[in-house]
Design a protein around this ligand. Structure first.
Ligand code: GAP
Length: 461
């Protein structure tokens, strides 16, 4: 099961502190969203899961964290300054602006008029000014990156010089990207500030076809491991006339969001377009002369193949996923509404354990008993030290209510400390109740065994 509508998700996200509209108390800033206390945990967990699989668990990928502000020449030579545009139309009646391909039936979405201007390109990069002096020319112009990828290409030589990798190898990066979307929409699906999780995987030309297929399969299986069901995912090969300016082939991995099947991640064969173009720029601008003495090596964004002693400008396969779209997909997939035996309804987020924002809630059976409260508080602290993620203490005094609240935010395990836990001479002394979110089954377990149990339960998938 999944959410029936986007509204269900938006409402749960606001109510329980996952995602809020950006700048809300000033009326909201369109295309921006803020992650609340639970949203930030979920986002951290998904980001970490991606990093773990793509950097720690591989021998051929290294990480990078490049700056968001980029030299204007990066985006001139990457092609973004000229070509990173969407077609836009204006409604002559109500003066609203739309992305041309979003205007269904040739009518303005706001007023229904068909009196629209001809489509014209609108560059989606956010410009900014570097330094305190505002100049009339464009010398202080800089851009907020529209993709994290360029930070990887312009650091290619730095990484090669420091690690001397042999092909194939990848550089991974997670971070913010900014696009002045003409019509942001569908909650966190299309926003103006978002996070990308990107790998630029450098391969020998001629082997790019193999690695392209490899990464498409790899990425689909990864999303399945994060809890997305296979039937809600499909691959779509972009037609040649719709490819980005840098791409020879792109497969979009689509997910069935509440508003329909749309792109969650793209895998592109960027050939040697970017390295080639930045190399050409180095020569054209003669930048290397200012930076280092060895002119040739800086100009060459290439790898020396040891067996043949030849310089190779690698092709690059790029799996590029949206973290925010990932969060929306995970929330959608996890959302379940169930009718219980007593007829009441429960909303439960069935996250995979490693993604759950709260891993364990420790609950004292009553809140008016000092001993019970302090035993539960101490237990929370001890479990927190295991390093499995966020553990909370929750004393509502109403155990049923606590379970429902935790179901709704996807806490996989609730641990209840009751009077038996404290009773000297009882068989149940120093044992607690463990309640499973999905089955709602409860078992009794000695506190001494909890650490091993929880470590295994929350181990990476
Ligand atoms: N470096 C390649 C690149 O940026 P893209 O298909 O334009 O390719 C990659 O973007 C991913 O970034 C998309 O699949 C999507 O998940 C995410 N993304 C792109 N634009 C977005 C937006 N406006 N809001 C949220 N996520 C976005």
């Amino acid at each position: 099961m999944a959410a029936q509508s986007m509204d269900q998700l938006v409402s749960l996200c606001k109510r329980r502190g996952f995602v809020f509209l950006g700048s809300e108390i000033y009326g909201g800033l369109q295309g921006t969203y803020d992650y609340g206390p639970l949203g930030v945990e979920l986002k951290n967990n998904l980001r970490q899961a991606w990093w773990r699989s793509n950097v720690y668990e591989r021998d051929d990928v290294e990480g990078l964290d490049a700056s968001i502000l980029g030299h204007q020449l990066i985006y001139k030579y990457s092609g973004h300054a000229n070509t990173f545009s969407d077609l836009m139309v204006d409604c002559r009646q109500c003066k609203s602006r739309w992305r041309a391909d979003h205007v269904v039936g040739g009518k303005c979405e706001r007023c229904g008029s068909k009196d629209l201007t001809e489509p014209r390109p609108f560059n989606m990069m956010f410009k900014t000014q570097i330094g305190p002096v505002v100049t009339d020319d464009e010398s202080s112009l800089s851009y907020l990156r529209p993709e994290t990828a360029q930070g990887i290409f312009v650091n290619f030589k730095n990484v090669c010089d420091s690690l001397s990798p042999q092909l194939p190898f990848g550089i991974a990066q997670v971070g913010k990207a900014f696009r002045n979307e003409i019509t942001p929409r569908n909650f966190i699906f299309r926003v103006r500030e978002f996070e990308q999780m990107e790998i630029e995987f450098f391969v020998e030309p001629g082997k790019d076809g193999f690695w392209f297929d490899y990464w498409v399969n790899e990425r689909v299986s990864w999303w399945v491991k994060q809890g997305l069901s296979k039937e809600n995912l499909k691959c779509f090969e972009q037609p040649k006339n719709e490819l980005a300016h840098y791409s020879k082939a792109t497969v979009d991995i689509l997910y069935k969001f509440p508003h329909g099947f749309e792109e969650l991640e793209g895998v592109a064969n960027r050939t040697d377009f970017d390295l080639g173009s930045h190399s050409k720029a180095q020569k054209e601008l003669n930048i290397q002369a200012k930076v280092v003495e060895n002119k040739d090596s800086l100009a060459k964004l290439a790898v020396l193949k040891l067996q043949t002693n030849e310089w190779i400008v690698p092709f690059v396969i790029e799996p590029s996923a949206g973290l925010d779209r990932g969060i929306l997909a995970i929330l959608n997939e996890a959302y379940h509404e169930e009718t219980l035996e007593n007829g009441s309804k429960r909303i439960v987020l069935k996250f995979k354990p490693h993604l759950a924002p709260i891993k364990v809630a420790v609950i004292p059976l009553a809140r008016n008993n000092e001993e019970l409260m302090s035993k539960a508080k101490q237990l929370r602290k001890d479990i927190q030290k295991l390093g499995i993620g966020r553990i909370v203490f929750e004393a509502t005094g109403n155990i049923g209510k606590s379970y429902r609240r935790n179901d709704e935010v996807g806490t996989p395990i609730c641990i209840t400390v009751d009077f038996d836990t404290l009773t000297e001479g009882s068989d149940l002394k120093d044992t607690v109740t463990i309640r499973d979110r999905d089955t709602m089954k409860q078992i009794r377990m000695p506190i001494a065994k909890l650490a091993d149990y929880l470590r295994e339960y929350f181990a990476s998938p």
